[in-house]
Structure formats: C-alpha cells, structure tokens
Write a protein that binds this ligand. Sequence first.
Ligand SMILES: *Cc1c(COP(=O)(O)O)cnc(C)c1O
Length: 358
Amino acid sequence: MASSWAASDRLGVLRRYRDYLPITEATPLVCMGEGETPLVRSQRLEARLGCGPLYFKLESCNPTGSFKDRGMVVAVAKAIEEGQKAVLCASTGNTSAAAAAYAAHCDLRAHVLVPKGNIAQGKLAQAVAHGAQVIAVDGNFDQALSLARAITDKHPIALVNSLNPYRLEGQKTAAFEIIDHLGDTPNYLFIPVGNAGNITAYWRGFVEYQQRGKATKRPRMMGFQAEGAAPIVLGRPVEKPVTVATAIRIGNPASWKGAEAARDASGGVIEAVSDEEILTAYRLLAQEEGIFGEPASAASLAGLFKMSRQGLDFGNSTIVCIITGSGLKDPETAMAIPTEVREVPVELTAVEKAIGVA
Ligand SMILES: *Cc1c(COP(=O)(O)O)cnc(C)c1O
C-alpha cells in the first residue's frame, strides 16, 4: 500500500521526518518530492551587509513552488486517512495551488476560495490547471477564511488552511532541514509573516529538534509584515490590508498568538517593511544572488536590510532568510521592473551593436 505513493526518489516530508509527525500505520505516505530544499550561501549580499554567513532557503523549489507543500502533504494524507473525499481552503494563492496539486495527485476534489482580484496570476493558473474548483469571493482573505471555516464545520470536507493542525506540523520540518544542513541552529531566522502559521511552525521545529538533542540552541525569530498589512506590529487587525506582496496581504492572522510567542520566547522581533523596501530586496535577490523569489519572500531580506540599517550587528552571526515562494508565481511584478527591450532586425551587426561589441 505505502509503495504506491513512492513515486519519487526523494523521501518527502512524511517519510523523512515520520518520527516527528502525527503519522499512524494507516496514514498514506503521500509524496511529490516536497522538502529537502536547497540552502544556498549568499554570493554578494553577505559582504554588502557585513554579516556572518548568510543563507537563503529556497522553499520556492518545492513541487508547487512554495513552502505550502510541506504542510499540505500532511493535511492531505490525514484527510485520506480520515476518509475524506474533498478538501477546501481560503487562500491568497499558494495554499490553493498546493491544495489543488496534492488533491489531484491523490484523487480528491479541491475547492478553493480566493479573494476576488487579489491573487497573483501564476497561482490562479496552478489551481485552474490542477482542476480545482475556484470560487472568487467578493471580499478579502480574512472574509474568505471565515466562510471556509463555516462550510467545513457544516459539511464533510477537510479544511486545509493552516487552522488545520497538520499543516503546521508539516511546515516545521523546514526548521529540521536547516539544522540538518548547518549542523546546528543559525543565530537568526528571517521570515515573512502573513497568516503567521509559518513563523509559528518554524519555532516549533527549532524547539522540538533541540529538545530531541539535534541542536544546541534556538534562533532569534525575525518576522516581517508588509507595512500596509501589519496587524501584529500595530497590535490590532487591519480591515483593508494593502501590499504588493499578495501572499502576506492579511489583516487578521490565524496564528497571531503563535507568532507573538515565537518572537517573545526567542528574543526576536516582528516588524514591518514598506512595499518599496520589499521591491528593492526583491530586485537585489534576483540580480545579485540569482534567486527569484516572489515579492512576499523578499520581505525577509528587506527585514534583514532594515535591522542592519538600524544598527543591529550581524558580524559573527549565521543568518537564514526564508525564500517562501517562486517569483514565477507573480510575473506582473517582475515585468514592472523598468527594462528596455531593444528590437533589432535579423542581422549580425545589429545584434553586435546592441550588445556593445560592434
Ligand atoms: C503563505 C505565504 C507566506 C506567509 O506565510 P504565513 O504562514 O501565512 O505567515 C509568505 N510567502 C509566501 C510565498 C507564502 O505562500
């Protein structure tokens, strides 16, 4: 039975970390090769920042292009174990992409509620391509999530938002991988914060691994919201969140308390970065490191620049920035970078002239 899911030569989250996950004999070991994402050393920004070793964890390398796969594989496996035939989520995009893909892989129906007009094209394309039913709610993410809860309370459909406890269990495995790669915990973890599930999950992972003797210390958790969607920073929900970083355009985070607990227990911060700071970091990441993350992902690097400007000394610190999702999800933002596309006739000399070797 289990072997029918072993479609990949990679172990996947469920098999690699089964001793740390709520898995039973009856849990199908679903796998699309999620996890085991690269931890890439910075080439240029590390020197620019004058910090210790700086790494980027490329969660964009997961099967659907974001970290959401780590939690979704656990949530979907448990839904199958419990006999469910359908999953439902509210989503700013990446959760729906992951739900749609894993549901298709496992022959479940998927319904996704997206906030109308507030979702990046690439993510919507994924949900559509995988055959999910897409329902655009004429409201924001927080309202769509309320509806998702009400429907799954009432009908036999698995809710696969991060309110589903299996999601965070799967997501915590990214913290395990960082320790497995580095040999110990980094000093700082920089991470974007939207619904705040991921920062909560990473903290849980770091704490658990240390308790099991796999690490000697815990990192400072450095979470960053977008200025126009910064409820945790402001200490109150934001009714109409606005930011270019659609994946963190959230006004009332489901894991608000978890994020505050991670911040406080780790001696970290949750702060805001402006859209301008996010887009600057987004371009630097792409142009000086070769890493194409989506705008929300760049909030982690924008936060590192901000803390550095404010005088925090990262000189001897090991730092990990989480690149939560792929830049390909949001081509509109990339194409807004001012560029000049030169048109030339089909002539060698014209091309030579254009590239400056004539
Ligand atoms: C979901 C998501 C986030 C935010 O994570 P939360 O757990 O909601 O805080 C950030 N970046 C990307 C790319 C995401 O998909």
